[in-house]
Write a protein of this length. Structure first.
Length: 133
């Protein structure tokens, strides 16, 4: 269990986990993340292309888009080109964006995962990935 900050206290900026270029093949597994971040995603990307990442049994919870202060960030944000990511049995809830894909993402597979009680979910048209339940 990782708290980006005490959920009963004020908000902070910053990501709990930031994957950078050359993080290819990383697996995030069996994590419970709670975020009160305002400007940065709980799990984010930076640098250059990152391929073959697996997110497995990760539970991420923000403060909720209607909570004051609310979580004005994404649970998962892909801001660099990505390919071959898998999100399996995971959830990203109570954020502004459950998932924000703002760069070229290809062949992303989402299986038995949820993005619930978020204000929005955003995927650019240049990104393509199947979502399976």
């Amino acid at each position: 269990l990782l708290y980006l900050c005490d959920p009963r206290s004020s908000f902070v900026t910053g990501s709990a986990i930031k994957l950078e270029a050359n993080a290819d093949g990383t697996t995030l597994r069996n994590l419970e993340l709670h975020s009160a971040a305002q400007a940065q995603p709980t799990i984010g990307t930076a640098g250059g292309e990152i391929d073959g990442v697996t997110i497995d049994h990760v539970t991420q919870v923000g403060l909720g888009p209607s909570h004051s202060p609310s979580t004005i960030a994404a649970g998962l944000e892909l801001s660099v080109p990505t390919d071959g990511w898998e999100v399996v049995d995971s959830s990203f809830d109570l954020n502004y964006f459950g998932i924000l894909v703002s760069n070229q993402t290809t062949d992303m597979t989402v299986v038995d995962s949820t993005f619930g009680s978020n204000a929005a979910t955003s995927v650019r048209p240049s990104s393509t990935f199947p979502m399976r339940r």
